[in-house]
Design a protein around this ligand. Structure first.
Ligand code: ADP
Ligand code: ADP
Ligand code: ZN
Length: 213
């Protein structure tokens, strides 16, 4: 399966990408995680993108496309992938399309997860992430068994700096301006599947599976 997940910050892309990746035994590629790792490791790319992430602004298309072409050329991506958080601009979508043609790969579907702005804000401001394994929780909606501790690896949970409300509001504006045009882009290519994200995670997952079979 070659799937793209699109949705505003907080829609549940990461949550669904993890389930889909397990279900299809396919790699999940999350641009946000790749950038955060690069920032943490202070790589040249990390130093270049840090300011964009902190402000909640998009990383320039050429940097994103360079990173993704390298990642998607990995042997594990030959049979499929779940793209979580990429593409986010029409420029990135065109870059991806060109690259897929060159490598003779064909997308199966582009899934848009819709949630209203206030739900997105509630989800993001309550989101907590494991500093070690990256697992995601929510203070109310998906709490860990023990406060502040990852169920899977027992490390401490932290809040992403860009998940504070002010930055979240800005990221939602960026989504509306830069990413929403992708809906028409993929509609024209008959790839778009829209899913109501305001359901339990398991229900969202079932809906996605029923739409992309
Ligand atoms: P995204 O990758 O789109 O930003 P996440 O998957 O990280 O979204 O989810 C954002 C927050 O909302 C997380 O804290 C997650 O635990 C929670 N969440 C995800 N899906 C749902 C859902 N269907 N209902 C309630 N909370 C959810
Ligand atoms: P969320 O899951 O909440 O939508 P991400 O973890 O996907 O957030 O992204 C975090 C940040 O990483 C973005 O605000 C942006 O700075 C950067 N980023 C991630 N993906 C892209 C992309 N495809 N294009 C440009 N910037 C990106
Ligand atoms: Zn963990």
């Amino acid at each position: 399966m070659k799937i793209i997940l699109i949705g505003p910050p907080g829609a549940g892309k990461g949550t669904q990408a993890e389930k889909l990746a397990t279900h299809w035994k396919t790699p999940r590629i999350t641009t946000g995680d790749l950038f955060r790792q690069a920032v943490q490791n202070k790589t040249p790319m990390g130093l270049q993108v840090q300011g964009f992430l902190e402000k909640g602004a998009l990383v320039p298309d050429d940097v994103v496309l360079g990173l993704m072409q390298e990642r998607m050329s990995g042997p594990d991506c030959k049979s499929g992938f779940i793209l979580d958080g990429f593409p986010r601009t029409v420029g990135q979508a065109i870059g991806l399309e060109t690259w897929l043609k060159k490598t003779e790969m064909v997308l199966d579907a582009v899934v848009v997860i819709d949630v209203p702005e206030e739900e997105a804000v509630r989800r993001i401001t309550g989101r907590r992430q494991c500093g070690a394994c990256g697992s995601t929780y929510h203070l109310q909606f998906q709490p860990p068994r023990q406060d502040g501790i990852c169920d899977k690896c027992k490390s401490l949970l932290v809040q992403r700096k860009d998940d504070e409300e002010k930055t979240v509001r800005h990221r939602l504006k960026v989504y509306a301006g830069e990413t929403l045009p992708l809906i028409d882009f993929y509609k024209q290519r008959h790839l778009l599947r829209q899913v109501d994200g305001v359901q339990k995670p398991a229900e969202v997952f079932q809906t996605i599976c029923s739409l992309i079979k």
